[in-house]
Design a protein around this ligand. Structure first.
Ligand code: URA
Ligand code: SF4
Length: 287
């Protein structure tokens, strides 16, 4: 595969804001529109700390949850800010040249494992390739590994990862069964800083190779940084979240939602995150 590093990716709004809904709600027979399993919905809402009130006079479950109150997910004290890590002696690496990434899993894995295309190679413990079935219909993309992921070699294994797993579970998804999880950069940015644009570009051929191999029906990018790096834009999340975008040479549908780490810090946004997850679920059922 010829890498497309540096090439701006197209972003298209389908029906403008709320475009996914616009596409998905197009069903001539409303009763045939998919409806989420109530137990699954409850699991998710419980995990998110969102209370749902269902009228006692209504037999069975309401088709759409009514978000009555949002309570913090856990009374765990906020993690003390880690002291900034000492600046590492980093090699000066110029803009990574285009590369041809192999088109089989083993070769891509091997290439990532020893990669030195950007300065993050100097400070990582190990690369974090990604996890999940090789032909998952959903691919989730975060910004980059944190300390836990760098130590374990697997994406989203810290607190944010636990919340991500709960969110996925609520829509019938898991990393072991049907969802491939990766990051924009495969190596941890030191001090948990955001991955730089050059680092994302250097790593892009690997993500594109993964997308080409997995062939997901939908990619969900988590948070502003993942979205901005994927779409090569500085637009705020408020504008990126909503419309359905198209990613890369395959023009895979790309949906953008909140990062679980942000949801841990801002529990008020969990209701909107739940709206997004329902759209993802519906898209995967019908789209
Ligand atoms: N945050 C991310 O964006 N990716 C991870 O793998 C973990 C936390
Ligand atoms: Fe290579 Fe990506 Fe790691 Fe940079 S972040 S060294 S491009 S694997």
């Amino acid at each position: 595969m010829v890498a497309t590093a540096g090439k701006p990716l197209e972003s298209q709004a389908i029906g403008g804001r709320g475009g996914v809904d616009a596409v998905l709600s197009f069903s001539p027979i409303p009763s045939l529109r998919p409806c989420m399993n109530p137990a699954r919905r409850k699991t998710y809402l419980k995990a998110l700390g969102v209370d749902v009130w269902v009228s006692r006079s209504t037999p069975g479950e309401a088709t759409e949850p009514e978000v009555a109150k949002i309570v913090p997910i856990a009374k765990v004290p906020a993690k003390a800010k880690a002291p900034p890590e000492p600046a590492a002696e980093l090699p000066v690496i110029e803009r990574a040249p285009p590369i041809i990434v192999p088109t089989d899993w083993a070769a891509v894995r091997a290439m990532v494992k020893d990669c030195t295309r950007c300065k993050l190679c100097a400070t990582r413990t190990q690369t974090v390739f990604g996890v999940g079935p090789e032909s998952a219909s959903l691919m989730v993309v975060g910004e980059g590994p944190g300390a836990d992921e760098d130590a374990r070699g697997e994406p989203f294994v810290g607190r944010a990862g636990q919340l991500l797993d709960e969110m996925l579970k609520a829509i019938g998804r898991s990393r072991s069964e049907n969802t491939f999880i990766a990051n924009v950069v495969k190596c941890r940015p030191p001090g948990n800083r955001d991955p730089e644009k050059e680092e994302a570009e250097a790593c892009r051929p690997y993500l594109e190779a993964q997308i080409k191999l997995v062939k997901p029906k939908l990619i969900v990018a988590l948070g502003r940084i993942a979205a901005q790096r994927l779409l090569v834009t500085d637009e705020p999340l408020s504008r990126l979240r909503g419309p359905l975008h198209a990613y890369g040479p395959e023009r895979t549908p790309l949906f953008i939602t909140y990062h679980p780490a942000y949801l841990l810090r801002s529990p008020r946004e969990k209701a909107k995150s739940w709206d997004d997850l329902k759209k993802v679920w519906r898209f995967l059922q019908t789209g």
